[in-house]
Structures are given as C-alpha cells and as structure tokens.
Write a protein that binds this ligand. Structure first.
Ligand SMILES: *[C@@H]1O[C@H](CO)[C@@H](O)[C@H](O)[C@H]1NC(C)=O
Ligand SMILES: *[C@@H]1O[C@H](CO)[C@@H](O)[C@H](O)[C@H]1NC(C)=O
Length: 744
C-alpha cells in the first residue's frame, strides 16, 4: 500500500477542504415570488372550474375547455417541478492549490475516453483536436491515458491519430512552456491567429508549431477526402495491417493499437518528458450482433482500459468536445480526493457548452438556464445527472459497485496491475475484451458499466449510480471545461431534442422510472427533479393545445378566457407576466441578450410542438409494438452557405421534414386567426364579443410575433434555407382546412 492512505487518515480533521459549496443568494425574495405565482395559478384553476360551460353551451366550447384546463394543470405541474430545482441551487468551487500541495506526488491515474462514430460526420481532424486537447492536460503524463474509441472502424481515423501522436511530441511541450490555453490546436490557432509579439522566443516556436499543425491538417484532410490510405502511409505503422479488404464499418474484428505506450522509456516528447499513453480501439462489429451504440463502446473502453492503464478515474468526452481548460482534471480531483466528502462522490459532471454559438443563440442551444440554475438545483436536490460527456467517473462506481461506508477506496497505483507485458502482447489480449461475444450472459449493460436499451443511456446510468448510494456533483467553472460544436440548423436541433425527450420518456415509462427505481434510494426531491426532463415529451400535448385551440376558437368567436373588464383577468395576467418577466430576468442575469431570450422562447415552443410531440407519438407506438429505436448522429460539418446563414442568425429550414410541416401549419393557423380576430375588432365593431375575445387576440398576436421567422421562411426568403415548397403547400392546405372546420 502506498503512503497516501496514511496521509488521508491523518488529515481527516486537520486539513482544509479541497472544495466548498455555496448556496445561492436572494432565495427568500425568490420564494415570495414563487408563492405569489402559485396563488395566481390556483385562481386560474378556480376560474376554470367555476366557469365550466354548462351542459347547454356550445359543444366546441366545452371541448376546448376540456382541452385547456388539463393543459393548464400540466403547465402548473411543470412549473411546480421547476420551482423545486430553483428552491436552493448550490455552486461548487475548488481549491486546486491545496490539491497539489497535498497530493502532487500521489495523483491517481486518469483514463480519458473519446468516442467517435463516423468519419464522414465527425471529421478525423476534429476528433484529434479533441484528443490533443485532453493529452495536454496540466497533469503528470505518466498518470494520463487517452483512449479513442472508433465505432466507425475507420483507418482514416487511425491514421489521423497516428499523426496526432507525432504532433503531440511538439504540441505538449509548447503548451507546457507557454501555458497555452485552450489546448486544442484548432481552437488555439483560431483565437490566436498572430504570433504573440511580446515574447520573441515564443513567437518563433509559435510559427514552427503552427506550420507543423497546418501540414498535419493538410495531410489528414487530403487523406480523408481521398477516403483511403495510400500504400506509403500503410507501410509506416503495423496497425494498418489490422484492416484488410474484407473489413467494413459493420463487420470487422476488434482492433486495439497502443499508439503511444506511456511506460516505454522511449515514448518521450521533443524535450525528453514522458508522453501520455494513447490507445486506438475499434471494438469488434458483426452484423448479427447488436452493438448498443455509444454505451457499448463505453463498456468496451472500460474493459480494455482496465487491462492497459486501469486509472481509477475515468473522463469521457464526445469527439466534438475539446477541453477548453487544462485544469479540469484537477478541478475534478478536488472533489474525489477531498478527505471529508470525497469518498462518496461517484461522478463529477461538467456542463455541456458550445463554442459555435452566435450572439443571440437562435436555436437556444446553450441551455443557459439549465446550466446555470437547474443543474445547480439538481445538485442540491441530490446530485446532477450524468449527461454522457464532460463527466469524470470513479471507475468502481461506474463498474457497478455499491457505495458502502466501509469501502472507502484507497487510490491504487495502477502500474502494479499491468505486469511487464509488452505492448503487442497486451494489444492481443485486449482484443477479446472488445469482442462481440464478450458480454454474452454477463451483467455488462445491465448492472455493470453504461446501461443499454435506452436513448438516454447516460441518464439512467447516472441515476442507477445515485441509487446505489453514491453522490454526484456538478461543477461549472468560470472558464468552461469542455466546448462542443453546436447544431447549426433548426432540423439538427429539433432532431437532437426529439432523441433526448424520447429517451427521457422511455426512461419514465420503464423500470428505471425515478419514482419506482429510485424509491427509498434517492430523495423524493431528486426523483421529482428527474421527472422535469423525463416528462418533456408529455408537455407537448399541453403546448399543442394552447397553441391551437384558442386560435381555432377565436375564428369561431368562442371565448375561452375571462372578459377584459372582469377581475378574473388578474390571475391570468399576473401569472403570465410575472413568469415571463422572471424568466427574462433570469436569462439576462446569466449573460443572455433580450433577443436571445425571445429566440429561446421560440425554440422551446418549436421543440414542444414538434420534437416532443413526435417523441411522444414514437414512444407510444413503440410501446404498442410498432417501431424500433434508431440513433441519429447529428452532423458536425455543414455547407459554406449554411454556416453563413447560421452566423447571420437566419433560421435554416431547407429540408422537407414533418417537423416543419407542423410548426408551419400552426404558425399559419395563428396568423389566420389573428387576422380574423383583428378584422372583427376593426370592421365589425361588435363590442360584446370583443370584450370576451381580447385575451385570445393578444395570445394569437404574441404567437404570430414569435413565428415571424416561419412566415419569412414560407413566403419571403429566396435563399436555399427557406421552407421547401412541399412543406409550404402542405401547411397552407392543412391550415386552411383547420380554419374552415373551425368556422363552420
Ligand atoms: C464553428 O464556428 C467557426 C467560427 O465561427 C467556424 O469557422 C466553423 O466552421 C464552425 N463550425 C461549424 C461546424 O459550423
Ligand atoms: C475557453 O478558453 C479561452 C482561453 O482560455 C477563454 O478565453 C474562453 O473564455 C473560454 N471559453 C469559455 C466559453 O469559457
């Protein structure tokens, strides 16, 4: 046993903690606000009950009422759940200097997993930038191992990784010497496009490193474009022998290549310092075996890494998420190694942030409020969920171990595990761990590792870790730990949400339902917090109802809200204004623009009426036995003109999709109703119906305003990103049909 255990014990009481937790301020004021909104909501319910249309009233009005009231109840429930996570959010801060003072000599091994799935959608040059950024962590290299899992089984990716391993010999010393940030070469050179003139020594090195990088990038991109590896390159490394003419993406043996063996004394950078271990893994694929998507890759990585480096902490990142902060490993260790609370923490989740965001974030990608308010709220309710990337795990917890007071694990020195085997022997012996049959009749994917059979496998994996008694923490440092590539079209964004909300609903309806699986294992408030997201898809019904029914009724002159001079208007007005004013304030407080908030409202409406609705339908159909799960990887590359429109914040429609048909139809419906409503006011001047329809006209007007980009896409734009003609025809006919039904 090493000396560290002793120091942990000694230090239990005497040492200052490695992290601190602060509770959000201003909660009393917030709770008063929440209570007042709640009173308003109760009055709305009372109104709905008291004014329920009597039996003799118009049939349509009764039906509409029966649609709106449950929708309002559902919205209230959602509101209640979101208050729960706002009740007392907590924020975590680390003390990295204390960590290095106490533990610099005995830092644990870290295994970093980078997952990629398809070289066409995730270009190899992007993947290796992520790999280089994590290889360059400010952390002792002999304790760092980086694994690239390539589910595309592509020699192009392998080739790029070889290039990266060569480049790292220059890149790592450069980062170290000049404390470069961020350490992804692409991100660094795009932010620093000139050599810094303050330091002539650095300027010289900067130029030569930049040239090396550009050369490498050109070679990789040329090869990627060609789509195959030339004979000369093939001869350079024995690893290429693993690919033969028969291998395809979906049918090949396991490939394990230790590209840099960190234990080899010859594996040093240009300054003679050791390099981190770098491993390429492509697990076996056979058409007759189900490969379980990313969860399957993660489990293969867990096994293979346990044989090669067996780091006690695992970090996993998606291949498009480079490290923007070379201190993140140390941030995470401050939690795991804290003498007082560290032993019960299973994972440390960093937020998913993006570097391709435009100023007003047209597609609401950055989840400002979720990242800054809701996740800290989850943390205080029992722990954030695991979101599948940017997360540090304790290996034993991820592997399925229960938390147990007695099992405070000592940090194992990894090297004693791996004997004296040479790299090539090790490569061979690891292959079986990544084979298709290895998991047959085992607990992998069930009680061990990442769980299978769910579109949000990461969420249920994290939840089951919490249910095994472990804690998790959320940390969101000022300088973001990981930055990914944001979706650049509306469709990508909506499809991503469809997958998430579908997975969440699937979780809710499965045995992993927070209330069943978590019963008596995690606090009720955590179960409730999970259901905020689990039920995303279900709220789509309420949203659809609220967007469509009042408009349709406006056409027919049917009033669904109180008359403008009645006192019943007050609760509606108060709840709506207070809620949105608060949401705007919250958004703005965390650095959003007002336009950004407006865009955020729009995208939430689109998500609820389209992505979540389809997710809901698909889930129900699957339960009834009609459809299969499919995984759509979102593309990380896009055309020049698409990027241009993205930069200009012009909404991108472009491809015909049923998602667009729904939102266009709803937008048109609102437009027709609004015009009709205004016409009643101006032309007919019938005072009586007007009074009772004012709220509906306002609601319709707001919906029309929020849908402006849709009308532009339907009728006014000429570029390639407009609404496809087929969608326009379909939505106009559908909207007209709905209107005529409502009118007669
Ligand atoms: C991300 O943004 C940068 C700079 O705005 C741009 O050069 C790059 O092409 C973008 N990437 C994608 C995938 O849109
Ligand atoms: C990423 O890192 C750079 C350089 O350290 C920093 O300037 C930038 O603010 C970081 N980005 C985010 C989103 O935190």
């Amino acid at each position: 046993m090493n000396g560290e255990r002793g120091s942990v014990e000694m230090g239990r009481d005497g040492y200052l903690p490695l992290f601190e937790t602060k509770v959000a301020k201003g909660r009393i004021l917030y709770r008063c606000y929440a209570a007042s909104v709640f009173v308003g909501i109760i009055f709305i319910w009372v109104y709905r009950v008291v004014h329920f249309p009597p039996a003799g009233a118009q049939l349509l009005r009764r039906w509409a009422w029966m649609g709106l009231f449950p929708s309002e109840l559902l919205f209230s429930f959602y509101w209640f759940l979101t208050q729960l996570v706002r009740w007392s959010p907590i924020y975590r801060y680390t003390f990295k200097d204390r960590l290095s003072q106490r533990y610099e000599e005995v830092l644990p091994g870290i295994d970093i997993f980078v997952c990629t799935a398809d070289p066409r959608i995730e270009p190899p040059i992007m993947v290796i930038n992520t790999v280089l950024s994590v290889m360059a962590y400010n952390y002792p290299s002999q304790n760092l191992s980086v694994y690239l899992s390539d589910d595309g089984g592509s020699d192009l990716t392998f080739y790029a990784l070889l290039e990266a391993s060569r480049f790292s010999k220059h890149w790592l010393p450069f980062c170290r010497k000049f404390s470069i940030e961020p350490r992804s070469p692409a991100a660094y050179f795009s932010t620093t496009s000139e050599p810094p003139d303050s330091n002539p020594l650095m300027a010289q090195e900067w130029l030569s490193i930049k040239e090396l990088y550009e050369d490498m990038k050109n070679r990789i991109e040329t090869t990627t474009r060609l789509g195959r590896i030339s004979e000369e390159i093939r001869k350079e490394h024995k690893g290429f022998l693993e690919w033969n003419s028969a291998s395809t993406r979906h049918d090949h043996q396991s490939i394990v290549q230790i590209v840099i063996d960190g234990r080899d004394p010859k594996a040093v950078d240009s300054e003679g310092q050791p390099l981190p271990t770098l491993v390429y893994l492509s697990r076996e694929k056979r058409p007759q075996y189900h490969h379980n998507f990313k969860a399957g890759a993660m489990n293969a990585l867990i096994r293979v890494s346990s044989k090669i480096s067996n780091g006690s902490i695992i970090l996993n990142v998606d291949c498009d998420m480079y490290s923007n902060n070379s201190e993140s490993v140390r941030d995470a260790l401050c939690f795991f190694m804290d003498e007082e609370k560290g032993h019960e923490i299973a994972y440390v989740q960093f937020p998913q942030c993006y570097d391709n965001l435009t100023r007003n974030d047209l597609y609401g990608t950055c989840f400002r409020v979720i990242i800054q308010v809701e996740l800290p709220g989850l943390d205080s309710n029992g722990g954030p969920f695991y979101i599948g990337t940017g997360c540090f795990h304790r290996r034993v917890a991820l592997c399925g171990m229960k938390y147990d007071k007695e099992c405070e694990r000592e940090w194992k020195k990894e090297n004693d595990r791996r004997g004296r085997e040479s790299a090539s022997v090790l490569e061979e012996s690891c292959k079986v761990l990544a084979s298709c049959t290895y998991e047959e009749n085992s607990q992998w994917g069930k009680e061990m590792g990442v769980k299978y059979d769910c579109a949000v496998e990461d969420i249920i994996t994290g939840f089951s870790i919490q249910c095994r008694g472990w804690k998790s923490v959320y940390v969101n440092p000022e300088r973001k730990g990981f930055l990914g590539v944001a979706p650049t079209t509306l469709l990508q964004s909506l499809v991503q949400h469809k997958r998430w909300s579908e997975g969440h609903l699937q979780m809710f309806l499965s045995r992993h339902c927070p209330f069943i699986y978590g019963h008596k294992k995690v606090p009720l408030k955590l179960q409730l917090a999970y259901s905020i997201y689990n039920l995303w898809a279900a709220y789509s019904l309420a949203m659809l109802c609220y967007v469509a029914v009042p408009s349709l009724c406006l056409l027919g002159g049917i009033s669904l809200f109180p008359e403008i001079w009645s006192l019943w208007v007050l609760p509606f007005a108060y709840v709506i204004i207070a809620k949105h004013a608060y949401s705007l304030g919250e958004f703005h407080w965390y650095g959003g623009t007002i336009q950004g908030w407006w865009n955020d409202q729009r995208i939430w409406m689109f998500r609820r009426t389209t992505s979540y609705f389809f997710a809901f339908l698909d889930t129900i159909l699957r339960i009834l036995g009609f459809a299969e799960t499919t995984f759509a990887v979102t593309a990380k590359v896009c055309d020049e003109d698409v990027s241009q429109r993205y930069e200009q914040e012009i909404m991108e429609f472009g491809s015909p999709s049923p998602l667009f048909t729904i939102s266009a139809t709803l937008a048109l419906l609102n437009l027709f109703s609004f015009v009709c409503g205004v016409k009643r006011v101006v032309v007919d001047i019938q005072i009586k119906p007007l009074e009772s329809l004012v709220l509906q006209i306002i609601l319709c007007g707001v919906l029309v305003l929020i849908n402006l980009p849709v009308y532009q896409g339907l009728f006014f734009r000429k570029d390639k990103g407009t609404m496809p003609t087929s969608v326009t025809y379909k939505s106009v006919s559908l909207a007209l049909l709905a209107c005529s039904i409502a009118l007669y």
